[in-house]
Structure formats: structure tokens, C-alpha cells
Design a protein around this ligand. Structure first.
Ligand code: ATP
Ligand code: MG
Length: 506
């Protein structure tokens, strides 16, 4: 039986097509009508679903200043209370924003056939009911069976089980201020993906972990055999995979003439039979030195640039670890960049990894993957002057990845600094608290679904509360993010304790 919660009435020029008010029934059970709850009424067009947007408490006794004055001045307010039963006159009004007309399928009253736009207001005098869970789950587009459980829908006890395909397919982003809970939410998504029933199909997960925040996952017994932790200090990019133009991408000063010299040398090294196609930067340098023709100054300058690249200790004769061997479906690879301080080095590493992954995916040499990039504004910034080496490939994956099932998750605390091209391609957005007005404006610019109303709500979200919108759901919803199941040792680190135990180790 649907639960009656009130009756539509006329209040301040309403109902209109977009909104209607209803007087909330006084209740004897403990159900409280709150902002964010989903309700319906039967309008001329049928089942009209809406969301409670505002609640107003009214009491005629206290709407008149003189009465309040008399009430206040009286030495014994209890006498007045006896005369005027003011408590009985308190009533609450809810203002509902209409979301659409639901048509149910003819053979099952439970499943939604179609949702269409309403064109006619709710009728005053009609009952308002609370939406039943099953209908709401269908309306929002949750996946009760196979979905990723991120927490509970606000003001309900419905688990926010997000359909994985819908979330990943068109990329997604996680945005909030620092400390808003982005990494926490990411670890919950990873928990869900790694513990998902293998028969449901799960992509490989690749995580660019800038601060080493996810390394604890390697120590969790339940999943540790599915987690590979790669310390980027030992990572090697493969020189034979690099064309002369890739060298120039990483070392911009290389001139056109030098590129020609480099191309000639690389061609020679590739054709040589004695090295099995394996060579490093040092071999290129040696080969340039031994080359008898060509201008000496060109060669000297080129050797200088190549030596500088070599000193970064990123490039080797072979890729290590070999990416096509380690990317497996249903498993997580963490590239831990914790120890890297040079932003250029970090960008080269991220650029190399993203390029290789996308290339391998296009050739179907690795499983479909989800690539999660923490601090994405460092690797794919908006500003033209901060030339991030990895920007172009991240934008390419954002634009074209979907066709090849290369999914992207961008995490950032400064949406304004994140490339608009990339951000606008992340169709689903998981937004936690954002306070900065510039960031909010940037968000509004990057997605038309984010209206002024939403930005007001985003700036008042608490820790662990998020707005989920975009392709993952039919309608934007607020979710209380659940607690994580696998604990990180970061959670037990407390400033005062660290101070007490601090010793400088010589
Ligand atoms: N859903 C949640 N439940 C309980 N606690 C949470 C939740 N989300 C976040 N927190 C708390 O907030 C803290 C900060 O979260 P987190 O490290 O994820 O922030 P962040 O957005 O990644 O910040 P930064 O941008 O600085 O990386 C966490 O350590 C945790 O204690
Ligand atoms: Mg974080």
C-alpha cells in the first residue's frame, strides 16, 4: 500500500507545471518528510513523480507580530497556551519539484516503461504518496543486482548501487575541495570493482597514485592477489617504442635538424641485427658519436639533450614492467608516484603509461580498462601556459576512449584548473563538497546539467555526501557515501601522535 503523506493545495501561485505544494499530514508513525524525498501524485496526465525541494513550517498564531508581543509580555504564558492551542495550529508544507510522468508497463505494475515530461500541474485536493523503493530504484536507474554499492540515497534506506557500465562507459570525474573525500570515495569504487562477482565482468583498473594513498590495498588479505603495486622509482619506459617525435615531446629543445639526425640513428639501430631491436638512450648516443657524417655541432647539441633525458632514469632498453603482461581484467595496478618530486618526470611517466595503455587497448592487446588519475589537474591542466606533457593523451582518451573501452576517471580538487575538454567528456560526475565560486562556475560551464540550484547544494555538502549526476543515473541524486570495508593505515595517523613519536633519523 502506498504511504499517504499529504494533500496538494494552493499556496503562493502554485501549483504550476514545475512545482506544487502539499500540506504534510500529521503522522503517528516515525516517518518524517524531509527535503530530498521522492513523492508522487496522480495528475491529469498520470503518475507525476517529484522531489521535495523545500519544507515550510507555518503557524497562523505566530504570523502576527502583535500576537507574539502579547504572548511574550504575558507573565504566565501557560494561561495563553491554554487559551490558544498554538501547537495544534502548526502545520508543515512541502514544495515539490516535478520530475516527470511515469508510465508503467502494462504487464508489470512495477517496471517503468517510459518517463515523459509533464505539461500540466498537479491537482489541488489530490493525495500525495511516498514513492515505493522499487519504483524509485527504477526511476533513478540503479542496478540492484550487479551495481557498485557506493552508499545510501539521501533520506532513504535505498543502497546507491550504480550500474557499472553506465558509470564507466562515458568516463567520470570525482571533484571536491581538499579533504572532501575524493580518495576515500575512489577506494570504495575500487573495493566494489575488486570484490565484484567475476561472472559479471570487470575491467582492469589502473591507478595513478600521486601520494601513495592506495598502497594499503596491497596488504588487504581479501584482495591482495588482485593488486599489483608498482614503485615508479623502478619503472622503465621502453626506448625502442619511442619515435623521434616522442623524444621531442619530452625534450622540446630538440630542433628540426637534430630530429632528422635522431631519426636516422634510430632507423639504423632498428635495422641492426645484433641487438634484437633492444637499445637504450646510451646506445643512441654512442651511435651518434660513431657516425662519421653530419654536422658536429648538431650532433653535440643532440647528445646534450639526450643525456639530459637519460639522467631522468626513466628510459631503458626494455619496458619494465611490461604493460601488456600486467594489465588483467578484474585486477588493480597502482603506479605509486609518491617518491617522485619532479613534476616534469611525473608528467613524462603518466604520458608514457597513458599512451601505451591506449595504444595497446586500441590493438586489443589488453583488457578494457578503467584509468584513474589522481590530482588530474597536474597532468591535464586547463591553462595553455602550464604545458603538461600528458595533457594531449588524457584529452585524447577522454574524447575517443569510449569507442575502445578505455574508461577514464579524473580526480581533482581544482576543477577550474582541469582541462575543460577533458572535464566535459567525463559524463558522470561524482561531486563532493566544493566551496570555491570559480570552481563552481567552471563546473556549470562544463556541464549544462549543473544548474545554480545544484551549485548551492554542492557548497553545503558535508564530508561523505555527494551529488551523483550524468550518465550513471537517470536523475541527479544525493548519496551518503558508505564507510570503507578495508581500512587504510592513514586513518589511524593522528598529528599529535606523530609529533610525540617524531625523531630525526640520522
Ligand atoms: N564517506 C566517508 N566516511 C567517513 N569518513 C570519510 C568519508 N569520506 C571522507 N572521509 C574522511 O575525510 C578524510 C579526507 O578524505 P580524502 O582523503 O578522501 O579527501 P580528498 O578529497 O582525497 O582530499 P585531497 O584533495 O587533499 O586528496 C578521510 O581521511 C576520512 O577520514
Ligand atoms: Mg585525495
Amino acid at each position: 500500500m502506498p504511504l499517504k503523506v499529504g494533500i496538494v493545495f494552493n499556496y503562493l501561485q502554485l501549483p504550476d507545471v514545475l512545482q506544487y505544494p502539499f500540506v504534510i499530514n500529521k503522522r503517528t508513525d516515525d516517518i518524517v518528510i524531509k527535503k530530498g524525498m521522492f513523492v508522487y501524485t496522480n495528475s491529469l496526465e498520470g503518475f507525476l513523480i517529484g522531489i521535495v525541494e523545500k519544507i515550510v513550517l507555518l503557524n497562523e498564531y505566530f504570523s502576527d507580530a502583535l500576537t507574539i508581543k502579547a504572548y511574550n509580555n504575558n507573565s504566565n504564558p501557560n494561561i495563553l497556551k491554554g487559551l490558544f492551542p498554538s501547537d495544534d495550529f502548526e502545520y508543515a508544507i512541502a514544495i515539490v519539484r516535478n520530475l516527470g510522468i511515469i508510465e508503467f508497463s502494462a504487464n508489470s505494475k512495477d517496471s517503468i516503461e517510459k518517463i515523459s515530461r509533464m505539461t500540466y500541474p498537479a491537482s489541488p485536493g489530490k493525495e500525495v504518496y511516498l514513492i515505493e523503493n522499487k519504483t524509485l530504484i527504477d526511476f533513478i536507474g540503479l542496478d540492484e543486482k550487479k551495481g557498485l554499492n557506493l552508499g545510501k540515497l539521501n533520506s532513504t534506506d535505498i543502497e546507491a548501487k550504480i550500474n557499472m557500465d553506465r558509470l564507466l562507459n562515458k568516463h567520470f570525474s570525482i571533484l571536491s575541495i581538499s579533504g572532501g573525500g575524493k580518495s576515500y570515495l575512489t577506494s570504495i569504487i575500487i573495493e566494489e570493482l575488486l570484490t565484484r562477482n567475476p561472472s559479471y565482468g570487470t575491467p582492469a583498473i589502473i591507478l595513478i597514485d600521486v601520494h601513495g594513498e592506495y598502497t594499503y590495498l596491497k596488504n588487504v588479505n581479501k584482495i591482495k592477489n588482485k593488486v599489483k603495486l608498482i614503485d615508479m622509482s623502478y619503472f622503465q619506459a621502453s626506448v625502442p617504442q619511442m619515435s623521434p617525435y616522442i623524444f621531442r615531446k619530452y625534450q622540446e629543445q630538440i630542433s628540426h635538424v637534430q630530429i632528422r639526425e635522431l631519426a636516422k640513428t634510430i632507423k639504423k639501430l632498428r635495422e641492426r641485427k645484433d641487438n634484437n631491436g633492444i637499445y637504450g638512450i646510451k646506445d643512441i648516443i654512442k651511435s651518434i658519436e660513431n657516425d662519421s657524417d653530419g654536422s658536429k655541432s648538431t650532433k653535440q647539441a643532440l647528445i646534450g639533450w639526450l643525456s639530459e633525458l637519460d639522467r631522468l632514469t626513466i628510459f631503458g632498453p626494455q619496458e619494465n614492467p611490461t604493460l601488456n603482461n600486467i594489465v588483467n581484467q578484474g585486477e588493480l595496478i597502482i603506479f605509486n608516484l609518491e617518491k617522485e618530486t619532479s613534476i616534469r618526470k611525473k608528467q613524462i611517466l603518466v604520458d608514457y603509461i597513458c599512451n601505451r595503455l591506449f595504444y595497446l587497448r586500441r590493438l586489443q592487446k589488453i583488457a578494457p580498462f578503467l584509468l584513474i588519475i589522481e590530482e588530474a589537474h597536474q597532468f591535464c591542466p586547463e591553462a595553455a601556459h602550464s604545458k603538461a606533457l600528458s595533457k594531449s593523451i588524457i584529452e585524447t582518451i577522454a574524447r575517443e576512449g569510449r569507442k575502445f573501452m578505455a574508461c577514464l576517471c579524473l580526480i581533482s580538487q581544482r576543477p577550474k584548473k582541469l582541462s575543460t575538454t577533458a572535464l566535459s567528456q567525463t559524463n558522470s560526475k561524482l561531486i563532493l563538497n566544493i566551496k570555491n565560486p570559480y570552481d563552481l562556475k567552471h563546473l556549470m560551464d562544463s556541464s549544462e546539467a549543473i544548474t545554480k540550484d545544484f551549485t548551492d547544494m554542492i557548497s553545503s555538502l558535508g564530508v561523505g555526501e555527494m551529488l551523483l549526476m550524468g550518465n550513471a543515473v537517470n536523475y541527479p541524486v544525493f548519496v551518503k557515501v558508505r564507510k570503507r570495508n578495508f581500512k587504510s593505515n592513514m586513518e589511524t595517523i593522528i598529528l599529535s601522535k606523530v609529533c610525540l613519536n617524531w625523531k630525526i633519523e640520522n
